[in-house]
Design a protein around this ligand. Structure first.
Ligand code: PEP
Ligand code: MG
Length: 748
């Protein structure tokens, strides 16, 4: 019985190989293939549909359907049985096609005469390229063996299509990886970049999907698996010695898969059915990818993604293609990856012009690092890793979250204009670098920058920032895989203070927990992580890390002034407890002989609406208050800052939000507490202007925003802006934005 199955698919694959070897262009090849399959499987019809654009399938070759319908019959994804196969990525096998859900009668093909239908997706690594169909008049369901055989043939077709074997006339037969493509993702970091693709993990190309000698292929697979296991064991022993726990965990999962009987058995069966060892690995990888797209559980997805990674390693061993494939990183690299860890991204560093991730998210650690490095980033760029080839021209529009791959000349020209305009503006801002941000009516606004990595600090002198208003200390924790030693933290904070050369730096203590999980912390399952056990809540419950941070900061200051603030304070008691813990540490450090900081300022971030209404003693006790507008806004409007659907829905310049700001200004003025604003909005010129008009005299933003904000502030009269805002309030306007924009048009 098993021999029978094997011989069926093997026979088909052997014939396919013969057909592919004959000379001819893409169309001739497709025609021959459909003829051969119909003949081999004893069906009247065999057809190949390929995508001509993202949504439309085109009948490209057929044995049995009318010749006039070739290249004219088109179907949308989901339309008819063929469209359904493409949509669902699964075979449809029916003895009575006209009775099947979604059957669509297409008179031009004459297919109503055929009762049986078997359609399988032509898929490569989870991406559907088309549909392969056989039909017959006789009302019979196809056997499992026949379905399997057709699926394997479809996989080989997908591989051959990728290699350019079916290039011909028209969009459906266009050469792969040559046409321009616009991919809409989400913005991870603003900015525009032009460059050439650098694939973080280039695809392995399987050039020999079909093999004659299964014994030889089994032996190749066995040897490759052996090598793989040895290399995983080696990696594991190194990781265990270096005590890199996160890495060890991933490698242990790798080892489990590498020894998994099920995985190996499936690949062996595929080989017995006529595939080469490489093709067998890729077939299983494709299946895992398809599953990955449907699994909602993040833990399982991660495990499937481990298997994907392991398959890539195995393919590299089998094909002898090294991970860099001999390619050299271009001068102007735009990194393209499915996803990338923060540490790997830091290794590339500033040499990257842009980053495009197929997965990733606005809040991922990679995004955090890209932001720190000010590299334009687009996340959620569907299919980018399957479409892009090393060296392709690519434009990254980080503002709109759009990527142009292999763009037309007109697009390149327009994009270059945009970049040139941005560069011109940057020049203008550079000339303001050493000038203060003083408004026309003489109000002095302090502009500082946000930072989080040592890599940020070179921007301090070049941006014109007067200091660091927010140093997000968790970034240094997030980008490593083990908990940093106290001595390492001391060295890091020392370097930050040294680089600041006497300019003030406000260190924010760890804002971790929930979604910002440290690799070395056990993840907490929380229904609403942003409102969960995070930041100071975690710090107070587990004071070990917080105390260690305090010690490191005190030691790093070594007699210099020290400013620190606590994230996410929601009530006065949290602040009291955190401050007391700090003061206790300060005393202990002094007792141990460490010199106390020259001066100490302990502030709170105001990120929850509750703190606006805290008792007066909170404002008296805090040495300063910094509004974390990103969080404050998300909790004020109850709109998740990570959720694309809602994150731009509510306006910072709404009178509701500005009324809250006015209240904070009032409360701080009442107790003489210095107030600043360090959310993203501080870096948007119009928003910054309004915040200043509401009474804020200190704004902290990403370094690239300092120029544009200063440029605008120096050209406006704040009291006039305030009058415009007050008037909008009196009128009952929902937002002051339209009035301010109109006024700016006049005033500038
Ligand atoms: C904020 O919430 O505005 C803020 C500055 O902190 P983060 O963006 O790191 O949460
Ligand atoms: Mg915050």
């Amino acid at each position: 019985m098993v021999t029978q199955i094997e011989s069926e698919s093997r026979k088909l694959l052997r014939r396919l190989r013969g057909t592919l070897a004959e000379p001819g262009d893409g169309q001739e090849r497709l025609d021959r293939i459909t003829r051969m399959i119909a003949n081999s499987m004893g069906t009247e019809v065999c057809s190949i549909y390929l995508f001509r654009d993202e949504k439309t399938l085109e009948l490209c070759a057929s044995e049995g359907l009318r010749a006039e319908s070739l290249h004219t019959t088109r179907l949308r994804v989901g339309e008819g049985l063929v469209g359904r196969v493409a949509e669902e990525g699964k075979p449809i096998n029916t003895a009575n096609a006209p009775a099947e859900r979604g059957f669509r009668y297409m008179p031009e093909t004459g297919e109503e005469r055929y009762s049986s239908f078997l359609g399988v997706p032509i898929q490569r690594l989870g991406e559907t390229l088309g549909v392969l169909v056989v039909q017959s008049r006789e009302a019979r369901a196809f056997s499992d063996d026949e379905v399997y055989a057709l699926e394997v043939v479809a996989m080989v077709l997908a591989e051959m299509k990728e290699l350019g074997a079916f290039v011909g006339e028209g969009a459906a037969l266009s050469a792969p990886h040559t046409h321009p493509l616009l991919i809409r993702g989400s913005s991870g970091q603003e900015g525009s970049a032009e460059g050439h693709v650098w694939l973080h993990e280039p695809r392995v190309v399987v050039t020999n999907p079909v093999a004659d000698d299964p014994e030889r292929e089994l032996e190749r697979l066995r040897r490759a698996l052996e090598k793989l296991r040895v290399s995983v064991d080696d990696m594991l022993s190194i990781a265990t010695v270096t005590a890199d726990k996160e890495h060890v965990r991933v490698l242990e999962a790798y080892r489990m898969f590498a020894h998994s009987r099920g995985w190996v058995q499936r690949m062996e069966e595929d080989i017995l059915r006529g595939l080469s060892a490489e093709a067998a690995v890729e077939k299983e990888q494709s299946l895992a990818r398809a599953r990955m797209q449907q699994v909602p559980d993040p833990y399982l997805r991660e495990r499937l993604s481990d298997l994907d990674d392991l398959s890539n390693r195995l393919l590299r061993i089998l094909t002898g293609q090294a991970s860099d494939l001999g390619a050299r990183i271009p001068e102007d690299p735009i990194l393209v990856a499915r996803n990338i860890g923060p540490a790997e991204l830091l290794e590339y560093g500033r040499k990257l012009r842009g980053i495009v991730l197929e997965e990733g998210s606005v809040g991922s650690h990679a995004a955090v690092v890209a932001r720190a490095l000010a590299i334009p980033l687009v996340v959620n760029a569907r299919n980018i890793t399957t479409e892009a080839l090393n060296g392709d021209l690519i434009l990254v529009d980080g503002d709109a979250g759009v990527v142009h791959l292999r763009p037309e000349e007109s697009v390149v020209a327009a994009f270059r204009d945009k970049i040139a305009m941005e560069a011109q503006a940057q020049k203008r801002y550079a000339s303001l670098r050493n000038k203060p941000a003083v408004t026309k009516d003489g109000q002095r606004i302090t502009l500082t920058m946000n930072a989080g990595l040592l890599a940020d600090l070179p921007s301090l002198p070049t941006s014109g920032a007067e200091g660091v208003g927010l140093f997000r200390t968790e970034l240094q924790f997030l980008t490593r895989s083990t908990v940093p030693k106290r001595s390492e933290l001391v060295a890091q904070y020392q370097r930050v203070l040294d680089a600041a050369r006497g300019k003030p730096v406000v260190f924010r203590t760890l804002d971790i927990g929930s979604d910002k999980v440290l690799p070395y912390m056990r993840p907490q399952e929380e229904p609403n992580p942003a409102m969960g056990w995070r930041a100071i809540r975690l710090g107070l419950d587990r004071p070990f890390l917080l105390k260690m941070q305090f010690q490191a900061l005190i030691r790093a200051a070594g007699g210099r002034p020290l400013s620190l603030m606590f994230p996410f304070i929601a009530d006065v008691e949290e602040f009291e407890r955190a401050r007391a813990l700090f003061e206790e540490t300060l005393e202990r450090e002094a007792a141990r002989g460490y010199p106390p900081p020259g001066s100490v300022r302990v502030g709170a971030m105001l990120e929850t609406p509750s703190l606006v209404y805290a008792p007066r003693r909170f404002f008296e006790m805090a040495d300063f208050v910094s509004i974390g507008g990103n969080d404050l806004k998300q909790f004020f409007f109850a709109a998740d800052r990570e959720n694309e659907r809602v994150r731009r829905r509510y306006d910072t310049l709404s009178t509701a939000f500005l009324a809250l700001i006015a209240r904070i200004v009032e409360r701080c003025a009442d107790t003489g507490t210095p107030l600043s604003f360090c959310g993203e909005d501080a870096g948007r010129p119009v928003e910054a202007l309004c915040l200043a008009a509401m009474g804020l005299r200190s704004l902290s933003m990403r370094p690239a925003s300092i120029g544009p904000v200063k440029h605008l502030l120096r050209r406006v009269d704040l009291s006039e802006a305030r009058a415009v805002i007050d008037e909008a309030f009196e009128r009952g306007a929902p937002s002051v934005r339209p009035a301010i924009i109109d006024w700016l048009k006049e005033a500038l």
